[in-house]
Structure formats: structure tokens, C-alpha cells
Design a protein around this ligand. Structure first.
Ligand SMILES: [Zn+2]
Length: 148
């Protein structure tokens, strides 16, 4: 619900609503999942898409992983997600979780691996999103634009 102060003109009102909606959206995307929620999320995704067969022992965020979105150590059953995913759409985070969960079942990126990942319906969309992020980072910064 968005409360509007009394006695605003229609234009002022619209502007104010837009400002508030922007703020809400920003808060929403900044609200990062904690490690516990991340582990619960992984458990749900495993149940939903892999019949619960992927059972990680630990799922956590890491900040020392800048070239990979996620990684896993199947022998330990540990999954790590880059903190750079925080603030990205949920379906993207879920994709990276599914990807690492699938690696607990199938090592490498062979056809069997991708067949497994087809269970997650937004795989292609999420891969496109992440490719877009990487491509955008490689663009030359526009003169006069603030980056960060
Ligand atoms: Zn992989």
C-alpha cells in the first residue's frame, strides 16, 4: 500500500508515487537472502526439479568469487554463490542454484548435464541475463556517466 499525503496536485501525486515505487523496488532488489534462506531455497529447487536427489551439505554466499557466478565441490556437497548475484532477479539466482545442484549429480557440461537443467524452465532466460551482464561490463564507460 502506498499512502499519499493530502492536498497534492495530480501531477505532484503521480511524481511522488513514482518516487516511492522506485524506492520500494530498490529495497526489494537489495534485500539479499541470507545463507540459511539460500540453503532452504536450494532444498526447494532440488525437490521441485531434481526429485530431491541433489542434497548439498552447505550453500552459502562468497565474496571472493568474481569470475564465476557459482561453484560447487561435489565431494563435500558444498555450493557457493557469488555475492554479485545479490540484487539480480530471483529466477537468475535460482538458475545458478539449479546449475550447481545439477553438478552434484552430473560433473561437467555435457549433454546429460544440460538435459538435467532443462527441468528448470528459465534456464535459457537466466543464461541470457547473465551473458548480458557480462557484456554490459565490457562496454566502454560512457563519457560523463557515473558508474558506481
Ligand atoms: Zn557448471
Amino acid at each position: 500500500m502506498v499512502l499519499i499525503p493530502a492536498r497534492m496536485s495530480e501531477a505532484e501525486e503521480q511524481r511522488w508515487v513514482n518516487v516511492m515505487l522506485d524506492k520500494l523496488a530498490a529495497q526489494e532488489s537489495r534485500r539479499a537472502l541470507g545463507d540459511t534462506e539460500l540453503a532452504e531455497r536450494a532444498e526447494r529447487l532440488s525437490a521441485q526439479y531434481f526429485n530431491g536427489r541433489a542434497r548439498p551439505h552447505s550453500v552459502r554466499w562468497v565474496t571472493n568469487q568474481n569470475t564465476r557466478w557459482g561453484s560447487c565441490t561435489p565431494s563435500e556437497g558444498s555450493i557457493r554463490l557469488s555475492h554479485r548475484l545479490q540484487g539480480m532477479p530471483e529466477y537468475v539466482v535460482d538458475y545458478v542454484l539449479c546449475h550447481e545442484l545439477a553438478h552434484l549429480l552430473v560433473p561437467g557440461h555435457g549433454p546429460g548435464f544440460w538435459r538435467l537443467l532443462e527441468a528448470y524452465p528459465k534456464t535459457e532466460r537466466a543464461r541470457g541475463y547473465l551473458e548480458g551482464v557480462v557484456a554490459a561490463e565490457r562496454l566502454p564507460h560512457l563519457p560523463g556517466a557515473h558508474n558506481g
